[in-house]
Design a protein around this ligand. Structure first.
Ligand code: SF4
Ligand code: SF4
Length: 101
């Protein structure tokens, strides 16, 4: 089962995950990242490096995150690949604090 990025990533985009992914499965819009489920090899390397716990293995995700499975698939199919770490969004620190991390 693939891994997914969820709403905790919104307004963060720390992109730590991208540098730890062995394949190019992260895609980005102006607000957050998404994982292409057809490319993800389920290594799990991205989960512990996300500072806001935005990434889940689908088998372990809370029920309320289920809609994000379809969102990741749909958004990843239309957005460009992000292949390297970038600067976080200017709102990242505030968002992290808001989430309690
Ligand atoms: S590390 Fe977490 S918050 Fe940062 S871009 Fe990846 S999923 Fe989003
Ligand atoms: S589980 Fe592995 S392959 Fe899938 S997005 Fe995370 S780091 Fe990349």
């Amino acid at each position: 089962m693939p891994h997914i990025v969820t709403d905790n990533c919104q307004r963060c985009r720390f992109t730590e995950c991208v540098d730890h992914c062995p394949v190019q499965c992260f895609h980005a819009d102006d607000e957050q990242l998404y994982i292409n489920p057809d490319v993800c090899v389920d290594c799990g390397a991205c989960i512990p490096v996300c500072p806001v716990q935005a990434i889940y293995d689908v088998v372990d995700m809370p029920d309320d995150k289920e809609p994000w499975v379809a969102v990741n698939k749909e958004r990843a199919s239309t957005l460009p690949i992000i292949g390297a770490k970038q600067d976080p969004l200017p709102t990242a620190e505030a968002r992290q604090a808001e989430l309690g991390f």
